[in-house]
Ligand binder design. Structure first.
Ligand code: SF4
Length: 250
């Protein structure tokens, strides 16, 4: 028997020993029956869409709209490429243009605090914008710029396949939902984005100017967090584990 096989058998023996010890402890605690759950491989089924890295490659050194002339960096997006929750904002500002990362200025720091208050981290979600280049003097993105950039946002969302989207501010909400309704009317409830629930709320930059609205946004975030946690719990129960055996303790 070679060395690898020998060490694998030893590992298996250890595992059996640990399982026996665990079962014995459960028995002493009065447990009569154990359900054995087998973790499924994490991740998603093969997807027909471009992976996120290919979407970035396809964007290239984009000059598809006039915003390319004033930008320093394309701000593509940041976070988990398989995130369940994606935040979509409006456009990069000066800090984002410098650093190449969305939501890193004052509004970004507020968004980070909001995400952390939801017991998540920036690394666990994905953050991007409707347009990926900074508009001059931080003006609003114009319709032709949104139209030029939106296919890449759609490709990003198709690659990530999030379970929830949070639209930050008027432009993100109105662009994604194809509506002219004001954000004050759209926020506070989920809408449908091609089968993905989307929750619009105020943009963090608006909150910095209107701190009295923080409570309103926090209500939205509590709704988002509850929905996120329910999805996680449901997914764990229905997909991530399955009972493979029921063991009657001796
Ligand atoms: S905003 Fe979008 S479409 Fe316009 S140049 Fe930048 S990446 Fe290209």
């Amino acid at each position: 028997m070679d060395e690898t096989a020998h060490s694998e058998i030893n590992e298996l023996r250890d595992l059996i020993g640990q399982t026996r010890a665990h079962m014995r402890r459960q028995q002493l605690l009065g447990v009569e029956r154990l359900h054995v759950a087998w973790p499924e491989r994490q991740g998603k089924s093969p997807e027909p869409f471009l992976p996120l890295t290919h979407v970035r490659q396809a964007l290239g050194e984009c000059a598809r709209c006039k915003l390319h002339t004033g930008r320093k960096t394309i701000v593509f997006g940041v976070g988990d490429p398989q995130a369940w929750l994606v935040f979509v904002g409006e456009a990069p500002g000066a800090d984002e243009d410098q650093q190449g990362e969305p939501f890193v200025g004052k509004a970004g720091q507020l968004l980070t605090r909001i995400i952390e208050a939801m017991k998540l981290t920036r690394e666990q979600v994905y953050i991007c914008n409707i347009v990926k280049c900074r508009p001059p003097a931080n003006r609003n993105p114009e319709p032709d710029e949104i139209a030029a950039c939106e296919p890449f946002l759609i490709a990003q969302l198709q690659a990530i396949q999030p379970k929830l989207i949070c639209a930050l501010g008027t432009f993100a909400a109105q662009t994604l939902l194809r509506t002219k309704e004001p954000i004050s009317k759209l926020r506070g409830r989920f809408h449908d984005y091609h089968g993905i629930p989307i929750l619009p709320t105020f943009h963090p930059a608006y909150l910095l100017r209107n701190p009295h609205e923080k409570k309103t946004v926090w209500e939205d975030m509590k709704l988002l967090q509850r929905t996120y946690e329910t999805l996680i719990a449901t997914q764990r129960l229905t997909h991530n584990t399955r009972i493979v055996a029921t063991i009657d303790l001796p």
